[in-house]
Design a protein around this ligand. Structure first.
Ligand SMILES: [Zn+2]
Length: 271
């Protein structure tokens, strides 16, 4: 659990955000990238453009100990989120589908308290499987929606997409007593109808990802590995072992896992 000091940061800015009462103060620490190569392009040519505020934007939130920028809708019905804009040294672990339910994962989450967000496919996780995901929920994992049948939604009718997006929201609310607020489209394939469907059942955002981790390999949409990454994993036979090595890489980068829902819930929407 030793931390490795990252020396690549060119400038460090520290400031305090003082709450209204003045009693609780939140200290945030931002690394300000400067010099050649320090200016990040807006990624306009990349398929997923992160809804990430520029580094100079001061995050706004009222939740203690969380700094998070706005989710930029950019005129869409709901924002599509690829990465979280935050000055906190955190990354987010998300686990999709749910067809493979290994007891080792429950034991790993119980032992470590690692925060995870589960995007469940209804068809793979209904009936007797609900108890497995309830165990994870009791350990702090959260349940979000990932369609009924794991069909690629892009190009499908609004009616079809609304059922795929919204039916699991209702059934997960019944099964897990918490209404999902986020939807991840199968294969990442979405269009305007997906976003309209998400809005129609009260979802706050559609989620993509900025990194994947599988079989010990971290693949980034954009270098370097940094705060705010949303990491995509899947329920599979080696998930618990993968989480163990992923956490080592996260800590080696001077980061820690945090719960995605906390940051998304706290983020204001910028139309
Ligand atoms: Zn999936």
């Amino acid at each position: 659990m030793s931390a490795i000091v990252v020396v690549a940061v060119l400038g460090v800015l520290t400031w305090r955000i003082v709450s209204g009462s003045g009693a609780e103060a939140l200290t945030a620490r931002a690394e300000v990238e400067a010099g050649p190569g320090g200016v990040k392009s807006d990624g306009s040519t990349a398929e997923p453009s992160a809804t990430e505020p520029p580094p100079t934007t001061t995050p706004t939130t009222t939740v203690p100990e969380i700094t998070v920028g706005a989710l930029e809708a950019k005129g869409r019905p709901v924002p599509v989120v690829f990465r979280i804009g935050t000055f906190d040294p955190v990354v987010f672990i998300t686990i999709d589908d749910g067809g493979i339910q290994r007891p080792e994962l429950v034991e790993y989450v119980r032992a470590t308290g690692i925060p995870i967000t589960m995007f469940l496919t209804e068809r793979y996780t209904s009936g007797d499987s609900v108890g497995y995901f309830k165990q994870l929920q009791d350990l702090g994992a959260t349940v979000q929606a990932h369609s009924i049948t794991h069909t690629s939604l892009r190009g499908k009718s609004l009616e079809f997409q609304t059922k795929e997006v919204c039916q699991p929201v209702d059934s997960y609310e019944r099964n897990y007593s918490v209404r999902p607020r986020y939807f991840r489209p199968p294969y990442g394939n979405y269009d305007t109808n997906t976003l309209l469907a998400a809005k129609s059942c009260g979802l706050k955002a559609v989620l993509w990802w900025s990194a994947t981790y599988n079989n010990g390999t971290l693949a980034l949409q954009e270098q370097p590995f940094r705060r705010g990454e949303i990491i995509l994993m899947h329920f599979n036979d080696h998930l618990a072992a993968d989480l163990e090595t992923l956490v080592q890489q996260i800590e080696a980068a001077g980061l820690r896992p945090a719960l995605l829902d906390d940051y998304l819930d706290a983020a204001p929407i910028q139309p």
